[in-house]
Ligand binder design. Structure first.
Ligand SMILES: Cc1cc2nc3c(=O)[nH]c(=O)nc-3n(C[C@H](O)[C@H](O)[C@H](O)COP(=O)(O)O)c2cc1C
Length: 186
């Protein structure tokens, strides 16, 4: 099959869509930003990265407070997820606008979003300026998951959390499991 060349762009498919909540250290106001440039970057210690443009309100909040919470939304929240990605906390209270409940975190100052089935509390370890985006590296300190999405062995069954991903400007749901880690050697 012949291939077509593209000039450099992100290219990777799919990417997660998460809601990152943060707190204003001075006023105590909470904010939410929709993030697609997010990923796992280390297993031990467990670390995630979220890349945020310096122009975003969340950029200053997370930099000042030194922590953030990565909240995994479900498909029923899609409209709110999109809204948190087009309105800024500079002039909108997105918790109020989306009727999300601010839940206190256990180990960090940033609050979580109660309605999201999974909340990942992160301590900010480093900010790396890359270009358009600054990469915020967060160490995972504590995870909360709704009891109704747990596996029998107390893992998280994300399939039960009705997840969705971002694909080149569009939101997509996921299909079915087609294999598992190491199955090729069985
Ligand atoms: C699906 C989606 C993904 C987004 N991903 C990112 C991202 O990875 N990094 C970023 O800086 N902005 C991203 N944005 C844009 C921000 O969410 C948006 O500018 C938001 O209004 C910023 O909120 P804030 O100013 O309250 O922090 C995304 C928006 C959408 C809708």
């Amino acid at each position: 099959m012949p291939k077509t060349e593209f000039s450099p762009k992100e290219g990777l498919f799919p990417v997660p869509v998460v809601l990152v909540s943060s707190i204003d250290k001075t006023t105590g106001a909470a904010n939410i930003i929709t993030i697609a440039w997010c990923g796992v970057i280390c297993s031990n210690p467990p670390m995630l990265s979220v890349s945020i443009r310096p122009s975003r309100h969340s950029h200053r909040l997370i930099k000042d407070a030194g922590d953030f919470v990565v909240n995994i939304p479900d498909s029923a929240m899609l409209k709110k997820v999109d809204l948190c990605g087009i309105r800024s906390g500079k002039d909108t209270d997105k918790f109020k606008e989306c009727a999300f409940t601010r839940a206190p975190s256990v180990k960090v100052a940033s609050p979580a979003i109660k309605e999201c089935p999974v909340n990942i509390e992160c301590k900010l370890k480093e900010i790396i300026s890359l270009g358009t985006h600054d990469m915020f590296i967060g160490e995972v300190i504590l995870i909360h998951a709704d009891n109704n999405i747990l596996t029998p062995k107390r893992g998280i069954d994300y399939a039960k959390a009705s997840p969705f991903v971002f694909n080149q400007g569009e939101y997509w749901s996921l299909g079915k499991r087609i294999g598992y880690y190491g199955f090729s050697a069985k």
